[in-house]
Design a protein around this ligand. Structure first.
Ligand SMILES: Nc1nc2c(c(=O)[nH]1)N[C@H]1C(S)=C(S)[C@@H](COP(=O)(O)OP(=O)(O)OC[C@H]3O[C@@H](n4cnc5c(N)ncnc54)[C@H](O)[C@@H]3O)O[C@H]1N2
Ligand code: MOO
Ligand SMILES: [Mg+2]
Length: 424
């Protein structure tokens, strides 16, 4: 049995980042929302584009207003009005000013803006009542923030609202992003029926496929649902071959333990998969099985990442399947999707536990519950009811998994524990 750390490192080694040529597609600006940038975005313009005013007021020559005051105002002739979006026509000469508004282009000759609250207007004359602190006051200079040719966004950046603003301002209307990872999902088990089917004695509703589909879709991956596959070698062989041929990553649930009908590992090997992990010292999730498949010839109809197809045989128990996903699958998918290493996770926080937790020890134990931020301190509240890997009901509302080490552990209320944050 591998430790959680060993398994994590194997999984992250198998998960390879996308190819910067082959795994890239170009999408329209707004369609890039939530996607991961695949190439640097470089501005071809200075930012600001030109000298402009930061205030509503008057553009002046500093030398004309340097020593003025309310008692001895500088009196200037207003020669032009410059709203935002307008190109000034005149050069401001000594003794002159231009009316100007926030964001409007500075006129030639002027070097300083005086805000209108510090002036008094009489017809074409403006009285400057307060001397600006220094020349260039309230002028936003061309290229002061970024110069043309500067890299504004680097590959691996997720495009959210601020990044969208940068793309728009750089006029990057066709955005190179990594293509979405295709993740095949299927459930195995003769007992399984779908939620709309009648439940005969001995049967169980397939919940795993629905949970995994939502988890992946919410993270921006492309789930491909392949249904329920019976515990039958031929059917499993077909389903696995098909999944491996069409997806970058495959997630199956069930059939990875030691029972007579647990065929996944055997079939993975028969199909040429290299099985790297068959059990991990984690509770729940012990029989997690991970295999890699060599990439075949690239096929136009089923483009794949440059890396091998990565297969996760998740345990059938619903909590075990999700815990394995949160702990191992999500970081691997994040790496494969093109995110930078700092974004792969998993993310742990120290939290004050509000109840007693015990674990007998041989496996690293994950206790599910809720994380709350209370006056700046994380608090962990374990889910009430049975912490049993088949109890999918009290897994609802989980936002954190407290991690107890693989040793006899007894956490008392008020003690701090390491908690894995999960999306909720
Ligand atoms: N003799 C041993 N038995 C078991 C061991 C062991 O070490 N020795 N490990 C146990 C652990 S831990 C786990 S976890 C499970 C994993 O079993 P499998 O991955 O082989 O999964 P199945 O046997 O197919 O199913 C387990 C359980 O989960 C239910 N299930 C399966 N699929 C779904 C689904 N899609 N939706 C909801 N529930 C599902 C299934 O009915 C079983 O109850 O093995 C233990 N056994
Ligand atoms: O690992 Mo199993 O998931 O303990 O029930
Ligand atoms: Mg089994």
């Amino acid at each position: 049995m591998l430790s959680v750390k060993e398994a994590e490192s194997i999984v992250l080694n198998l998960a390879q980042p996308p190819d910067s040529q082959r795994d890239v597609e170009t999408v329209d600006l707004l369609a890039a929302s939530g996607r991961i940038l695949a190439a640097p975005v470089t501005g071809s313009l200075d930012f600001p584009y030109w000298d402009n005013s930061a205030m509503d007021g008057y553009a002046v020559r500093f030398a004309d207003v340097e020593n003025c005051s309310a008692e001895t105002p500088a009196v200037l002739e207003v020669v032009e009005e410059i709203p935002a979006g307008y190109q000034p026509q005149n050069t401001v000469q000594s003794g002159q000013a231009a009316r100007i508004f926030t964001g409007a282009m500075m006129p030639a000759g002027a070097d300083t803006v005086v805000m209108q609250e510090e002036t008094r207007r009489e017809g074409d004359r403006i009285f400057i009542l307060v001397s600006p602190e220094k020349p260039q006051a309230f002028v936003r200079h061309k290229g002061a923030f970024y110069q043309a040719g500067t890299t504004l966004l680097t590959p691996g950046t997720v495009i959210n609202a601020p990044e969208m603003a940068v793309l728009a301002t750089a006029q990057c209307i066709q955005v190179p992003v990594y293509r979405r990872l295709r993740v095949a999902i299927f459930s195995t088990g003769d007992e399984l029926v779908s939620p709309d089917e009648p439940l005969a004695p001995g049967k169980l509703v397939d919940s795993n496929q629905y949970a995994l589909t939502v988890l992946l879709a919410q993270m921006g991956f492309e789930p491909i649902r392949l249904g329920i596959v019976p515990d039958n070698e031929e059917a499993l062989n077909k389903a696995i071959s098909r999944a491996v041929a069409t997806a970058d990553v495959v997630l199956s649930t069930g059939g990875v333990s030691v029972g007579d009908y647990d065929y996944i590992e055997k079939i993975l090997a028969e199909l040429g998969g290299k099985v790297h992990i068959t059990s991990v010292a984690i509770k729940p999730g012990k029989p997690l099985t991970v295999a890699g498949f060599q990439r075949g010839e690239k096929n136009q109809d089923s483009p794949r990442l440059s890396s091998d197809c990565l297969y996760f045989g998740l345990p059938g128990n619903p909590v075990s399947a999700l815990v394995c996903c949160w702990r191992f699958v999500v970081p691997a998918l994040r790496k494969m999707s093109g995110l930078g290493a700092d974004a792969w996770g998993p993310e742990f926080v120290k939290a004050r536990c509000n109840a007693e937790l015990r674990s007998p020890g041989r496996r690293e134990t994950y206790v599910w519950g809720k994380l709350h931020l209370v006056a700046g301190v994380w608090e962990f509240e374990p889910a009430s009811g049975s912490q049993n890997s088949a109890n999918l009901i009290n897994l609802a509302n989980t936002s954190g998994l407290a991690v107890l080490p693989p040793a006899d552990t007894w956490i008392v209320p008020g003690e701090f524990v390491e908690v894995l944050k999960v999306s909720h």
